[in-house]
Every structure is written in C-alpha cells, then in structure tokens.
Write a protein that binds this ligand. Structure first.
Ligand SMILES: [Zn+2]
Length: 194
C-alpha cells in the first residue's frame, strides 16, 4: 500500500477542485485504502483526496456509533448506514434543515469553530464496487459528508465560519499558511496523478 502524507492548511492543493472519476481502478482503491490509514492514524472521521495531495473526487468517512447519536435520546441517527464509507463522485441530491455545530479538520489542526450545515442530506455517489448509490444521512454523518464534499470543491470549513470567528482566527490561519509555504519549499506533500 502506498504511504500518503496529510496536507495541511496553506498547501495550495487544498484549494484545487477535484476531477470526477471515470472508472474505479485498482489504483483508486489503493488510494482510498491509504486515505483510511491516514484518517485513522490522525483519529479523524473523514478525509478527502486533496488532504493527501490528490485531486480526484473521492472521500472516505467513518463515523463511529458513539458519534452517531441523537443529542437528547441517545438513539442512533443513521442505523442503516454501514461504515466505513468510500464515496467517489459524490453529488448532493437534497438537503433539509440546519444545524450549527462545532467542526474541525485534520488539515487545519487544533482549530474548531461552529459551522452551519444542513441537518440532513441525500447524496448520490459511486462505491468501491463501481455501483451507483443513494444515501440519506443525518447529524454528524450529514455534517461529515458536507465537509468532505466541500473539500472536493476546494472549500475548507474555515471559509464557512462566522465573520467574527474569521476575524478572531485570522492571525492563526495566516501563521499556519506561512509555515506551510516554508515547508513546501522542502517538498512537503507533493501532488500526485491518478
Ligand atoms: Zn477536513
């Protein structure tokens, strides 16, 4: 399996939109495998291709049962969804409701902020077997899907923070970006081809 590196804030690959996948090749399957490895090692719930320096439309998600709970009753929100998920070419079909919850990102380490998302989304995607699938998700899973689909468009959760939060975190983000630009000179997280 190929060893992948996590790309962090300031790396320009995070701002590139991903291209759709035409066919699920062995190479793409091993990319997804490598993405899971990075995601689990960093204890994340999801990861998109740009976060490992790739610009193809694939994201991986694994929301554990304890994070898939109703805040009040403790009932599972998405009991019918088998984890983990690999989504190629995910496309939004419908969204409902809204939820302003705290969000973070492996590519923007140690930074959390409230982000307004739809409470429920229906998406279509292609799975690892090349089958077209449709999924409706609620709660944290819906948030994770929206977050990863943003990544595939080159959008980061910090773009969706409130204006006040953006001002208060501007210095931190500027520093992260500057440090990354210095590291890029040393060849951190080079972009690959799929
Ligand atoms: Zn992220």
């Amino acid at each position: 399996m190929m060893k992948l590196k996590l790309c962090t804030y300031g790396n320009p690959v995070l701002r590139e939109p991903a291209a759709p996948v035409a066919e699920i090749t062995g190479k793409l399957k091993s990319l997804a495998e490598g993405m899971f490895e990075v995601m689990y090692a960093k204890k994340g719930l999801g990861l998109a291709a740009q976060q490992v320096g790739q610009t193809v439309q694939v994201c991986v998600i694994d929301v554990p049962p304890e994070a898939d709970m109703d805040k009040q009753g403790g009932a599972r929100l998405n009991p019918g969804v088998a984890m983990p998920l690999v989504m190629f070419n995910p496309a939004l079909v419908e969204k409902r409701g809204s939820n302003n919850g705290s969000e973070g990102c492996l590519s923007v380490p140690e930074l959390y902020a409230p982000v307004l998302r739809a409470e429920e989304v229906t998406v279509e995607y292609v799975d690892l077997a090349g089958e077209r699938r449709r999924l409706t998700a609620r709660g944290m899973l819906a948030r994770a899907i929206q977050h990863e689909m943003d990544h595939l468009d080159g959008v980061l959760f910090v773009d969706r923070m409130s204006a006040i939060k953006k001002i208060s975190l501007a210095g931190t983000l500027r520093r992260m970006k500057r440090e990354m630009e210095e590291r890029l000179g040393l060849g951190a997280c080079p972009k690959g081809k799929y």
